[in-house]
Write a protein that binds this ligand. Structure first.
Ligand code: NAP
Length: 303
């Protein structure tokens, strides 16, 4: 029996663990992969306060984990399969655990384009992780799909290896922040195909080309390329919570401003919850608030 179970060990979960540990709550963190979460798919973070010039995500996560390791917090690498919100019981790939309160910090995973060829050629030219795969595309031509901050950051990273990086976006302007857009325009290796969608991904044993469609004229073109990196947003990892706590139409957990969900004693923080700004700093802030709320809930309950 734990005081608190935290599901997920990304920046939100690790910060919640730090605050819970410092409140002397007996805490268990359950993580299905490795501590760090999705942020580890990016090499460097430039806008985390206190690190002018940026910090590698590996370094940032290692520091967060070190802080947690010094406290009475146990981290187990087990996938959570089920949460009993009433009994506050969590069933994992390896066992079952109970607690007085639970914090969900499961984050989100990359969305797919859902076009022909995408699944078949994943790992053979189609990728969702430039940090993992960019070195395979040295002096090659790659395209990146999407228009947000992630596309911009991954395009810079790919440009360090590839001969050319073409950003394909469905609208005539990106939604990435102004400073990133300025930097994109300055990079000679980065080109744009705007107002186009990707309708097919083609190749026999490995990627050879993609078919793009002009959203204004419906004219289709073939773009030859060696790699396609897809960054069109994220879906929350909340399937196991369907019909248990309130989710919005796209599966993000609905919380109030103290990170409480629709079920008492269950809190949520980070990219798995509905909010206006998805950043590492806001994930950490959520984690601190969720742990504080869980602490107050547990103390109130145990009085
Ligand atoms: P995002 O901001 O949601 O952008 C997704 C992009 O993909 C949008 O441009 C969208 O187009 C496009 N898109 C969505 N579905 C599509 C489809 N089916 N076909 C083609 N294009 C599609 O996602 P993100 O860039 O991954 O960022 C996620 C969150 O993390 C954001 O809040 C972002 O600010 C944050 N983030 C922050 C940083 C940073 O500050 N360092 C870095 C990375 C991410 P439309 O523009 O037409 O909607």
């Amino acid at each position: 029996m734990y005081d608190l179970i935290i599901v997920g060990a990304g920046p939100a979960g690790l910060t919640a663990a730090l605050y819970a540990g410092r409140s002397r709550l007996k805490t268990l963190v359950l993580e299905k992969m490795v501590p760090g979460g999705r942020i580890l798919l990016t090499e460097t973070i430039e806008n985390f306060p206190g690190f002018s010039g940026g910090i590698t995500t590996y370094d940032l996560i290692s520091r967060m984990k070190q802080q947690v390791d010094s406290l009475e917090v146990k981290i187990e690498l087990e996938q959570v399969l089920e949460v009993d919100t009433k009994l506050k019981k969590v069933v994992t790939s390896a066992g079952a655990y109970s607690a007085h309160a639970i914090i969900i910090a499961t984050g989100a995973r990359a969305k797919k384009l859902d076009v022909p060829g995408e699944d078949r050629l994943t790992g053979r030219g189609v990728s969702y992780c430039a940090t993992c795969d960019a070195p395979l595309y040295k002096e090659k031509n790659v395209v990146v799909v999407g228009g947000g901050n992630t596309v911009a950051e991954e395009a810079f990273y790919l440009a360090r290896f590839a001969k050319s990086v073409t950003i394909i976006h469905r609208r005539d302007e990106l939604r990435a922040s102004a400073i990133l857009q300025e930097k994109l325009r300055e990079n000679k290796k980065i080109k744009f195909i705007l107002s186009h969608t990707v309708s097919e991904i083609n190749g026999q044993d490995k990627l050879e080309s993609i078919k793009v469609k002009d959203v204004n004229t419906s004219k289709e073109n073939i773009v030859a390329c060696d790699g396609v990196f897809i960054y069109i947003g994220y879906d929350p990892d909340t399937n196991f919570l369907k019909n248990k706590i309130k989710l919005n139409g796209t599966g993000f957990i609905i919380t109030d401003d103290i990170m409480a969900t629709s079920h008492e004693g269950i809190f949520a923080c980070g990219d798995c919850r509905e909010k206006s700004l998805y950043q590492v700093i806001t994930a950490c802030a959520d984690g601190a608030v969720a742990a504080d709320s869980a602490y107050k809930y547990i103390v109130g309950k145990c009085k």
